[in-house]
Design a protein around this ligand. Structure first.
Ligand code: ADP
Length: 216
């Protein structure tokens, strides 16, 4: 599903990733842990084509994504990769339903079908009653679940999550973590999760330790 080969990345004179080789299978839930500044977010951003490596290959679902032109890469990203961030990054002026519809609309799906699919996804995640609420009217846990719905709406090959439960209290944290595993079990969804949360990392299929730009 995901293959990284020889990924390096520097910012100025600071080499942040020093040669990353990594293979992740479909349906795996993988955590990436390591000290602050180790390069975890940079690695996730490169995996998600939000940033470019200096060298190395990224193969997602049999496509060598770093060889795509920028426009093709953006379309590929929208279709094949779902993102969940620490802070939900929902658009405040839109309802939960509209936020979840956005990736489908970008993907060229009609408004009517995008609405139907977003309603079904919110229902699947137990959020039907929140569909018409704007982000400011949702709890922290609900906002993150809406963000997960948005990440899943195009049935991506992989969901990349950067400290997804970092802003939640213990109960909401545990609920969100349960949701990831439920989605893996029900949909075969692949997840790569950057986290400081040891209990989440311990539950994942595999934990990658990134230390000083290398997998240890
Ligand atoms: P982590 O997620 O493990 O905390 P990051 O990948 O965020 O680490 O950052 C790794 C290092 O790269 C840090 O020293 C950070 O300051 C630096 N860095 C990250 N992004 C940039 C950038 N866009 N420009 C310059 N330095 C950056």
């Amino acid at each position: 599903m995901i293959q990284l080969e020889g990924i390096t990345k520097s910012f100025g004179s600071l080499q942040v990733l020093k040669g990353i080789d990594l293979t992740i299978d479909k349906g795996e839930v993988v955590s990436i842990v390591g000290p602050s500044g180790a390069g975890k977010t940079t690695l996730l951003q490169i995996m998600g084509t939000l940033d470019k490596p200096d060298a190395g290959r990224i193969i997602l679902n049999n496509v060598e994504v770093n060889r795509l032109k920028d426009k093709e890469q953006a379309a590929f990203r929208n279709k094949e990769i779902g993102f969940v961030f620490q802070f939900h990054q929902l658009l405040p002026e839109f309802t939960a339903l509209e936020n979840v519809m956005i990736p489908s609309l970008i993907n060229g799906i009609s408004g009517k079908n995008a609405r139907k699919e977003a309603e079904a996804m919110l229902d699947f995640l137990g959020l039907s009653e929140r569909a018409s609420h704007k982000p400011a009217e949702l709890s922290g846990g609900e906002k993150q679940r809406v963000a997960v719905a948005r990440a899943l709406i195009n049935h991506p090959s992989v969901v990349l999550a950067d400290e997804p439960s970092g802003s939640l209290d213990t109960q909401n944290k545990e609920e969100l973590h349960r949701l990831f595993f439920e989605l893996r079990d029900k949909l075969g969804q692949t997840f790569v999760i950057v986290t400081h949360d040891e209990s989440l990392a311990a539950q994942t299929d595999r934990t990658i330790h990134l230390i000083d730009g290398r997998i240890s």
